[in-house]
Write a protein that binds this ligand. Sequence first.
Ligand code: ZN
Length: 153
Amino acid sequence: MACLPIRKHPDPVLRKVCDPVTRFDGKLQALAQDMLQTMYDAPGRGLAAPQVGLPVRLFVMDATWKEGARTPLVCVNPAITALGKDTHAREERCLSIPDRPVTVTRPARILMRYQDTAARAQEVELTRDAAAIAQHEADHLDGRLCIDYAEAP
Ligand code: ZN
C-alpha cells in the first residue's frame, strides 16, 4: 500500500464529472487500498478518486475510525437516494480544501447502492455523519465541493 498525493482546490480535476468504473481488476483493488491508506494518513473520514487525480466514480470512507473502530467502505459507481425528509447539519471539511470548514445541511438518512471492487452490487443504509460523509464523497464524483454549499455573503 502507498499514500497518494492529494490534489488541492482549485485543481481542475476536482471539477470533473467522473466516469463510471468499468474494469474491476487488481488495479482497482490496489487503488482502493491506497486510497484508504491515504485517507487514514491524512487524516480524514472520506476520500474520492478525483482527489488523487483520477476522474472515476470511486470513493472510500470510514465514519468511525477516529473514535476507535475501523469500518472502511469502498464504494464504486455509487447511487444515493434520500430516505425521508429529515436533515442533518454538520461542519464538513475536505482534504482538498484545508482550513475551510463549511456547515452543510443534507438528508439525514440515505440509501446508497454501489458496487464493491469485485463488481458485486451492494446496498447500505447510512444515517447522520456517515450519510453526510457518503454524500460529500459522492458529490466529488460530480465535481461538486462542500464550499459550493456555503451561502453567498
Ligand atoms: Zn472532500
